[in-house]
Design a protein around this ligand. Structure first.
Ligand code: NDP
Length: 449
């Protein structure tokens, strides 16, 4: 079971705390990985001797910049943009951009740190990076979003490139934003460099199945977890938090595999629909009209909207947190366990607090951490880069089949690593140990960098 930091590694964590004050999400992400690495450094002491872990904890480059733009009323607005280029030992920096008012440097660093190991687990040649801005797209017109994206890219373009750094979407950044960002990159560089951004539209270099990939991949992973334990998703009752890109396609795949999704949410509350969530209605409410999730219950007979408490109060056998970090705490995990949850797979990044993970593991719930379970999104981004490099466009079936194969491989790799270290069923340990080892070995091979 995942535990506390080994005394041999405590000095690494102390240095992270000292050198990155106030960045609690980043501390949490580092602590979670370090807590897995005790057995790894006992088996491979040279990782400690060569200070590889300390090197990985320090981003290769951190870029912070002003993003000025003019709103529809003619007022100047100022946001802060970030790109943390964390590790390029396995390939160009790769990871999404998040537009949300809560974004701080520490948020981007936590996401970038997770991304290094996630990308390694995919087996694709991609390094780790992440970016974003404290910009809130909610309530902004298309013109405002475009001007913001153009201003952001006017600074960021000089740090990007298909062999350097390849951003994609994340919270608040979907196909519309990627379009505006790509348009400005093209204009600034006078190059049609399709492989510089992923999550593009199908008409201009995007990959089929990229939109669906993170959600589908999470469910493929949960399905592997179930099968490995001799269970099935078919016929299970499922709760999915969020109603954005990851949540929508997780719900779609659950339904395809015969599960019943009974609840989903947004930041204003959650809806319960015992007849099964109507996905077309969710898409209409959240993607087309950009409304609050309450509008779902207003239009769907039998559904109810709940603004108090948490979606994790709804009983389910499978829980897929697909909204944001730390959305599922120890108390919520306790409720899920009491209500009989059997499988939890993280579609979002770090949605479960360390206390929640402990509760699940102690109760024998199968727990799939985000860096393994939601890696299908970035893996399909790497497939998009492959198609761009070969000026090719694959069918949905081919791309989805590759995604399924990648998720099976990640599952196999995580399970095998956990078993190799005598910790069968510990997906947190397996993901951290396997991802870390690959990155550390590559770093050592490339010299002191
Ligand atoms: P979207 O912006 O499409 O959707 C985010 C969803 O989460 C919305 O329903 C949003 O509600 C909800 N949400 C956001 N913040 C909060 C909050 N503080 N409390 C409750 N709900 C909240 O983002 P994605 O679906 O792309 O991303 C969701 C998660 O998945 C993130 O953790 C992201 O890092 C992770 N992820 C995404 C990948 C991708 O390919 N897109 C890849 C791998 C991981 P509202 O509409 O009210 O804001």
């Amino acid at each position: 079971m995942t535990g506390t930091i080994d005394p041999a590694l405590q000095h690494v964590y102390d240095a992270v705390l000292r050198r990155n004050p106030g960045e609690s999400e980043f501390h949490q992400a580092v602590e979670e990985v370090l807590a897995s690495l005790g057995p790894v450094v006992r088996r491979h002491p040279h990782y400690l001797a060569e200070r590889v872990i300390e090197r990985i904890c320090e981003p290769e480059r951190q870029i912070i910049f002003r993003v000025p733009w003019t709103d529809d009323a003619g007022q100047v607005q100022i946001n802060r943009g970030f790109r943390v280029q964390y590790s390029s030992v396995l390939g160009p920096y790769k990871g999404g951009m998040r537009f949300h008012p809560s974004v701080l440097l520490g948020t981007v660093k936590f996401l970038g740190f997770e991304q290094i190991f996630k990308n390694a687990l995919t087996g694709m040649p991609i390094g780790g990076g992440k970016g974003g801005a404290d910009f809130d797209p909610k309530g902004r017109s298309d013109g405002e979003v475009m001007r913001f994206c153009q201003s952001l890219m006017t600074e960021l373009f000089r740090h990007l490139g298909e062999y350097t750094d390849v951003p994609a979407g994340d919270i608040g950044v979907g196909a519309r934003e990627i379009g505006y960002l790509f348009g400005q990159y093209k204009k600034m560089t006078n190059r049609y460099e399709a492989g510089v951004l992923t999550g593009k539209g199908l008409a201009w270099g995007g990959s089929r199945a990229r939109t669906e990939a993170t959600g589908y991949g999470t469910v493929y992973f949960a399905d592997q977890m179930a099968q490995h334990a001799g269970q099935r998703l078919d016929g299970t009752r499922v709760v999915v938090s969020g109603s954005g890109n990851v949540a929508i396609y997780a719900m779609e795949k659950v339904a395809e595999l015969g599960g019943l999704v009974v609840a989903c949410s947004d930041s204003s509350g959650y809806v319960v629909d015992e007849a099964g969530i109507d996905l077309e209605l969710v898409k209409e409410v959240k993607e087309e009209r950009r409304e609050r999730i309450r509008a779902y219950a207003d239009r769907r007979p039998g559904a109810r909207f709940v603004s108090q408490g948490t979606i994790w109060d709804v009983p389910a056998e499978v829980a897929l947190p697909c909204a944001t970090q730390n959305e599922l705490d120890e108390a919520a995990a306790g409720t899920l366990v009491t209500n009989g949850v059997e499988i939890v797979a993280e579609g979002a990044n770090m949605p479960c607090t360390p206390g929640a993970v402990r509760v699940f593991q102690e109760a024998g719930v199968l727990f799939g951490p985000g860096k393994a379970a939601n890696a299908g999104g970035v893996a399909t981004s790497a497939l998009e880069m492959q198609q761009n490099a070969s000026r090719d466009s694959w069918s949905f079936e081919h791309t989805d089949a590759r995604l399924g194969e990648i998720m099976r491989n990640i599952h196999e790799r995580v399970v095998t690593t956990a078993e190799d270290y005598g910790r069968p069923g510990d997906y947190v340990f397996g993901a951290n140990a396997s991802g870390f080892t690959q990155v550390a070995d590559a770093m050592l091979a490339l010299g002191v960098i």
